[in-house]
Design a protein around this ligand. Structure first.
Ligand code: HSE
Length: 349
């Protein structure tokens, strides 16, 4: 971060990964640079970008955002400001003050993202992650490591995409005691269930989700509930300060749901949803991701397509539901921006 007398702090950003979310973020930053400076005293440069397939670019004074946006439209290898670095070299060697980790999620051991986070903290750099691996598997370890170095470990983009769940919980619901939550955390399966309600078979809905680019690289992550399971573990850590091992979260996907089930639910005025539940109010914590047949009066039953939602059970307000986009480049890019603004305000611990 550059800070000089009379000028705002300037955040120097390194991007790990240049897929849909990184490109969505670049688009937002290009369009909103002036507004972010004027209204939030947020100044930045993207100094480095590292990808596995297109190489690494670095310029200590900042890469051109217009050029990065050009690269979003044109899938060519990087040719300007190229450096012979992998992501770890980039994190270690560049002058970035914040690393935005947007490589593919790996829920087996969170690598290589975990090493990227560790390298960043060891070299005094903040981490903003849209990658679910580190937060799902090593949230408290990463928080502690970050804190020791005075760094941030921020993960708003990992759950409900751009819908600002963490800040909603921490800022807007403050003063409430929250005894639990139920949510639709996976956009792909929600899209598939909505398609099946419109008459598609399970296989056609899956094909369509694939065609629209909704599926994770490993489609089982979506349809078998692993993605929602990881998101629930992140919510438990971030919102309730609870460390829950993924294997302690009961998990069932949607692959057993057929048109027969959909029709049966329709006759009962109900709707199938893949529901993630976390209950912390009783003697025992309950954490599960399972398909449920919901009454149409349930706010979660009204959340269709790739949208996500969470209903929080609060002592002062009763149930409060937040709903919004669950995927998308600009949408998830927005969550990264909101973490950048949190960082800029110094509002992290
Ligand atoms: N595959 C994920 C989903 C992407 O469908 O929700 C967003 O995390």
């Amino acid at each position: 971060m550059i800070s000089s007398k009379g000028s705002a702090r300037k955040h120097l950003i390194a991007l790990v990964g240049f897929g849909t979310v990184a490109q969505g973020l670049c688009k937002i930053l290009l369009e909103k640079r002036d507004l972010l400076k004027r209204e939030h005293q947020f100044e930045f440069e993207i100094v480095a970008v590292s990808t596995r397939s297109r190489g690494t670019m670095f310029h200590p004074a900042g890469l051109s955002l217009s050029y990065l946006n050009y690269l979003s439209q044109n899938n060519t290898p990087f040719i300007e400001n190229v450096k012979d670095w992998d992501a770890v070299d980039m994190i270690r060697e560049s002058n970035a003050s914040v690393v935005i980790e947007l490589s593919h999620t790996n829920l087996a051991d969170a690598e290589p993202a975990l090493t990227h986070c560790q390298t960043a903290f060891k070299t005094g750099k903040h981490i903003i992650s849209g990658n679910k691996g580190p937060a799902a598997l090593a949230y408290f370890e990463m928080k502690a490591m970050a804190k020791k170095r005075g760094c941030a470990f921020l993960n708003e983009a990992t759950v409900l995409s751009g819908t600002p769940t963490f800040s909603f919980f921490h800022a807007t619901l403050k003063g409430n005691q929250v005894s639990g939550m139920r949510g639709i955390l996976n956009g792909t399966t929600n899209y598939m269930l909505s398609e099946m309600e419109s008459g598609s078979s399970y296989d056609n809905a899956l094909q369509q989700a694939d065609k629209l680019g909704y599926l994770e690289a490993d489609q089982s992550a979506d349809i078998d509930g692993y993605d929602a399971q990881a998101k629930l573990a992140i919510l438990a850590s971030e919102l309730f300060d609870l460390s829950i091992d993924l294997t302690d979260i009961k998990r069932e996907g949607i692959s057993a749901i057929t048109q027969v089930h959909i029709e049966e639910a329709r006759r009962e005025s109900k709707r199938w949803k893949l529901v993630a539940t976390l209950s912390v109010g009783g003697d025992k914590t309950i954490a599960q991701v399972v398909p449920e047949k919901l009454d149409l009066s349930d706010p979660l039953a009204q959340v269709n397509g790739t949208s996500n939602a969470i209903t929080f059970s609060t002592d002062l307000l009763g149930d409060v539901t937040i709903s919004g986009p669950g995927a998308g480049g600009v949408e998830t890019g927005y969550a990264v921006l909101s973490d950048l603004l949190t960082l800029n305000a110094g509002a992290f611990s």
